[in-house]
Every structure is written in C-alpha cells, then in structure tokens.
Write a protein that binds this ligand. Structure first.
Ligand code: ADP
Ligand code: 5GP
Length: 206
C-alpha cells in the first residue's frame, strides 16, 4: 500500500472572485480530488443544486449538527452559517482522494489548527471594478447581498497574508491551469511521496 493522508486544499477569497468557477474546473481536470460540499443555512441560488453545491439546511439542523461536533470548521458569513462536514475528510482518506474546500478566511484559520499541513490558496479578482462586475453578472444575489459582499471584500482580502499561494483570477482558463499546477506540485512534495518511494526502494534487493 502506498496510500498517504489526503492533502487538504483550501480555496478562499472575496465573494465573486471566481472560487466556485475555478474549483469546478480543477475537479474536472485533475483526477483524485473530492470537493467538500459544505452545509449552509443560506437559501439556494437559482442554479444551485442540493448536495452538489451545498447541503441546504435550516438553522436548527445546522445548530444540532454543530453541537454534535460534526463540523471540522464552521463560520457565520454574510449572516448565514457555513460548515465543513467531517465526513468528507473521512471519505477522502478512505477512498485515497485529496480534498478541496471552498471556505472563508475564518474557516481557513480554524482548519489550519486541526490540519496544519493543509495547502491554502487565496483567489483575487484583478480589481474592485471587475469584482463588482462579476457579482452583478452572476445576477443570482439580491442588490443588498451584492452590496454586503462588496463591502466585506476588503476585510476578507486583508487575510491573504496567511495563505500559501495567491491566484489572480484574470483569465479563467489560465487561472484554472495555475490552480491545477499548485495541486500537482503539492502532491509531489517529498514528504507526500515517501510511501511511493518506499515501495520503489523495497523492490531493490537489500
Ligand atoms: P465565487 O465562488 O468566488 O463567489 P464565482 O465562481 O461564482 O465566484 O464567480 C462569480 C462570477 O464571475 C460568475 O458569474 C462567474 O461566471 C464569473 N467569473 C469567474 N471567473 C471569471 C473570470 N476569470 N473572468 C470573468 N468572469 C469570471
Ligand atoms: P457563497 O454564499 O457565495 O456560496 O459563499 C459565501 C462565503 O462562504 C464564501 O467565502 C465561501 O468560501 C464561504 N463558505 C462556503 N462554505 C463554507 C464552509 O463550509 N465554511 C466556511 N467557513 N466558509 C464557507
């Protein structure tokens, strides 16, 4: 067996920077990745599907699950709860997959405490104007939600210094290729390759 612990990839950044779009492309292009579908109390957007983008739950259900310790991390963002369920990390370990989380900066901080070797990537839109344009063209949030997301963006971005990588999402395909390159390079770190190398070495006579 040359299986190792799952690599946990955290993707954060202001709302509208393109995290979901990038993660979708990453999962489609890079084998062996599991997307952690978060639990949230936010109502679904028109294009979102239960179990695919999020698990949409009531505040009561979220709080029950939280008190049972089901979340690896959780946070209140834009007035709604969001949390990462432990079962995704268990499933990744069981199936030999690496895990991708799209979570906010508070969640990333918590996750780093329980999984210190997690790899973190901060995604930025190229400018304030472009961020606003993207939030508006997504046209799935109310005007109030868009304003709130824009006004939180600067505060969220100040946290970028705690991340391992910064990705400016200018051209989507190019940024997606760069994100895939981060994943590929991190999987090849010596510490993560050790089980593979041990197997190869074991095939040589002592
Ligand atoms: P986030 O998950 O960070 O909130 P989304 O992935 O939902 O952001 O992207 C917000 C909007 O911007 C969507 O309408 C998406 O199609 C668009 N978008 C994402 N990346 C780019 C890009 N590089 N160039 C132009 N539009 C983009
Ligand atoms: P949105 O409502 O736009 O899908 O997400 C709003 C914010 O919540 C984004 O910053 C997103 O990364 C974050 N988020 C999504 N799921 C989780 C989660 O499970 N935990 C935390 N802490 N943040 C999350």
């Amino acid at each position: 067996m040359n299986r190792r612990e799952p690599v946990v990839f955290i993707v954060s950044g202001p709302s509208g920077a393109g995290k979901s779009s990038l993660v979708r492309k990453l999962i489609a292009s890079e084998p062996g990745l599991l997307f952690s579908v978060s639990y949230t109390t936010r109502p679904p957007r028109g294009s979102e599907r239960e179990g695919q983008h999020y698990h949409f739950v009531s505040r009561e259900e979220f709080e029950e699950r939280k008190s049972r310790g089901e979340f690896l991390e959780w946070a209140e963002v834009f007035g709604h709860y969001y949390g990462t369920h432990r079962s995704y990390l268990d499933r990744a370990a069981r199936e030999g997959l690496d895990l991708v989380l799209d979570i906010d900066v508070q969640g990333a901080r918590q996750l780093k405490r329980s999984v210190p070797e997690a790899v973190s990537v901060f995604v930025l839109a190229p400018s304030r104007e472009e961020l606003e344009r993207r939030l508006r063209t997504r046209s799935e949030d109310t005007e109030e939600a868009i304003r709130r997301r824009l006004s939180e963006a600067a505060r969220e971005m100040a946290a970028y210094t705690a991340y391992d990588y910064v990705l400016v999402n200018d051209d989507l395909d190019q940024a997606a290729r760069r994100l895939a390159a981060i994943v590929q390079a991190e999987r090849l770190r010596r510490s993560r390759m050790e089980p593979v190398v041990r197997n190869i070495l074991a095939s040589f006579p002592a």
